[in-house]
Design a protein around this ligand. Sequence first.
Ligand SMILES: [Zn+2]
Length: 439
Amino acid sequence: MSTILIRNANVITLDPAQPVIMGGDVLIEGEKIAQVGKGIAVPEGTDVLDASGLVATPGLINTHHHLYSSFARGFAAPGEPARDFVEILQKLWWKLDLALDEEGVRYSALVALVEAIKTGCTTLIDHHASPSCTDGSLDIMEETIRQAGLSGCLCYETSDRNVVGDGVAENTRFLKKCQASGDDQVTALFGLHAQMTLGDETMAAVAAACRELGAGVHVHVAEGTADEEDCLQKYGMRIVQRLHKYGLTGKKSIFVHGIHIDESEMDLIAATGTMMVHNPESNMNNAVGVQKMLQLLGKGILLGLGTDGMTSQMISAARAAHLLQRCHHGDPRLAFVEACQMLLENNATIANRCFKTPRGQLKTGQLADVALFRYAPTTPLEDGRVYGHYLYGLNYAPVHSTIARGRFLMRNYQLLTLDEDAIAARANELARETWGRIQ
Ligand SMILES: [Zn+2]
């Protein structure tokens, strides 16, 4: 078993028993953290990292990503600019995902995984779409996660928008594969695009598969107003009620966005223990509205933070959540603590429902996921002041090293598992080819 000792770091453990240890050590044995403290003895054969001048924190967690979105950078959809969210889907996303081939799936994922490692993000919950190569696409995603060395919870976004029931077989097959392997590095949920692109026949098939497999769903809910309007018009009920009717609420399911849900839907989400994820940067970009983040938290809903494919940078997502709520409510007292808790506590709780090995704290027995930032605190770094250092310090600090599952993925700014330059070069070619297929 390999052992790593991170020596003399300023350690933010997020463990309430000892939240901050200045000049502390973290001992890693195999995939797990063996000990956290001061002056830990160095076992023979240990790989020692001198972490003077570095801050060690638990690896960050992204609870809603779209790794396939990487080729959107710099892409201008043909025709008039999209005027609303439905047009953004029709003109950009549904064309880009349809244009992806298998190599495009692989390289768009690798691009995003390079960024995740470079920003200290070690666990990702992804929502994938590539309707021209649905079958087997989750295996490609799995391969990239394993190649990078990260942890990933994957799904395919089932939708009737191209072919009725597209994604049902892929999710079912991949869930069975993950359940049979029992492996904890790559796990799965049942992915759904959104209720507005899912007819009753497909919903019934999803419900049957989820019941049989004991799986939760990962679905966009009321991201734009059109989703609720569609549901009311076609089915005479609201979105969360329709999902609940099919048995898709519950502690294993993730409902993303929820911007336009009403109070009855919030209460149903709270009562069923369904998880939610807020993606403030994406919501601002798509001009879809402001999630009622504080009200959802007030109802006791487990609400995490994601990037929705915009980026892999998680601390900036927390900053955006905090700033957006203040601006929206016109109240400078709001949302700072909540945004940090969503990033650092709720995302860990969500990940711990999707994976077996606990993560999110630097503490004995937890998964050895550690982000090391080059960051010299210029104000006291101590219990009760940690959040300010995340949002206004670590957010700008370069990540020096990233450890995931007890392995260095980046050390002293050098990526060890992925060849960044080669990935960028091939991604460049593939992005141009992908764009060339879009009219
Ligand atoms: Zn999304």
